[in-house]
Design a protein around this ligand. Structure first.
Ligand SMILES: Cc1ncc(COP(=O)(O)O)c(C=O)c1O
Length: 393
């Protein structure tokens, strides 16, 4: 049979039609599912028969969301979670035991680093942090008891790129599990499965929703790996609500078209920022001047919707800039249709010590833009006036 392309799969993968012959998949707001007989209940409970039991375990809306993402990402199986953080936490805890060691990227989301540094050590798990783009450091950090490698690419917020081919081969050589947070790229721009990465996780809250409405997460991988995560979620309860799954699955229908425009706008803005005298350190994976341009091109279809830069004049200038914005929103989210400006040092990464912020490349004058879907000229006009206002007097 002909294999459909990304956009078609995203639109045409749907839960089975009911007797109502609906065109759009309905919302299954039900905590539990009934059995036709005691025997059927027993068979579903013991796994002899497939079927929904209870929405903490599965639900037609979460199943559709997962099935669609498996097809879009090239992974065999998946499990949805209540948020991106529950996907991060589950992907670690489901595999770790006391005495294990992990290697994680220093350039990770603040809460992820919090889990690595403050929660898993309580389970007796040791860790080493490395720069996400330093292949030698990854190799050097592996120990006899290393269970897994964890990273984000592009990283939040510094947009550093990990070499997925290298990481995957390194993990296979040492019998270590590889986990990649693919939140910034989405399966449309980057497929960690094609590099042999074992598990790919996402905060679906970001580009998968794309309109800043609901929280959600997903873990994708082989049946064997996903089973461990599923068992953990089914028992501990960090499951995705049917309502959020319904929103997210419908949003995936427009992921490709939205990502194309996010990338186009972000690239235009990154190029424009490079010409602004009051700005330095403009980072965007697909800028030809980026030191990681070739690697980004190898791994990603386009450069993504996130841009980072530093303002001359330190934290004061950064605050002036943010307070002068009229169109961009000041909020902690990203991947929204509305453009967002963030000051990671005082918000998303504020729980990190100054030393850790610096290690992660987050200076007080560092700004992260989540470039939305507005007209790019309006966005540039807003940035232009805010940069001019941020000028040290
Ligand atoms: C890269 C990355 N991973 C995970 C998360 C956590 O996702 P959530 O907010 O859905 O829990 C975020 C949130 O910003 C993120 O940027």
């Amino acid at each position: 049979m002909k294999e459909n392309k990304f956009e078609t799969i995203a639109i045409r993968t749907q839960a089975e039609r009911t007797r109502q012959r609906e065109h759009s998949v309905p919302l299954y707001l039900t905590s539990s599912f009934t059995f036709d007989s005691a025997q059927q209940g027993a068979a579903i409970f013991n796994g002899a028969q497939e079927g929904n039991l209870y929405s903490r375990f599965s639900n037609p809306n979460t199943s559709e969301f997962i099935q669609k993402l498996c097809l879009l990402s090239g992974y065999e199986d998946g499990v949805s979670t209540s948020s991106g953080m529950s996907a991060v936490y589950t992907s670690l805890v489901a595999f770790l035991e006391a005495g294990d060691h992990i290697v994680a990227s220093k350039n990770s989301f603040g809460n992820t680093l919090y889990i690595v540094k403050n929660i898993i050590p309580k389970m007796g798990v040791d860790y080493t942090l490395v720069e996400v783009d330093d292949n030698q450091a990854w190799e050097k950090a592996i120990q006899a008891n290393t269970k897994l490698i964890y990273l984000e690419t592009p990283s939040n917020p510094t947009l550093k790129i990990a070499d997925l081919d290298f990481i995957s081969k390194l993990c296979k050589t040492h019998g270590v599990l590889s986990i990649v947070d693919n939140c910034f790229a989405t399966p449309y721009l980057q497929k960690p499965s094609t590099f042999g990465i074992d598990l790919s996780i996402h905060s679906a809250t970001k580009y998968m929703d794309g309109q800043g409405r609901v929280l959600g997460g997903v873990i994708l991988g082989t049946k064997e790996h996903v089973k461990k995560c599923y068992e953990f979620i089914r028992r501990t309860g960090a499951c995705l609500s049917p309502f959020n799954a319904w929103i997210l699955s419908k949003s995936l229908e427009t992921l490709a078209i939205r990502m194309d425009r996010h990338c186009e706008n972000a690239f235009t803005i990154a190029q424009w920022l490079q010409d602004q005298g009051q700005v330095h350190g403009v980072t965007y994976p697909f800028l030809p001047t980026s030191p990681q341009y070739e690697l980004a091109k190898k791994q990603m279809k386009l450069g993504g919707g996130m841009v980072a830069f530093q303002l001359n004049g330190g934290e004061k200038a950064a605050h002036h800039f943010l307070n002068s914005l009229q169109l961009h929103s000041l909020t902690a989210n990203l991947g929204d249709s509305r453009s967002i400006a963030t000051h990671p040092a005082s918000t998303t990464h504020s729980k990190l010590s100054l030393e850790d912020q610096q290690a992660a490349g987050i200076n007080p004058n560092f700004i992260r833009l989540s470039v939305g879907l507005e007209n790019v000229n309006d966005l540039i006009d807003d940035l232009d006036q805010a940069i001019k206002n941020a000028k040290p007097q």
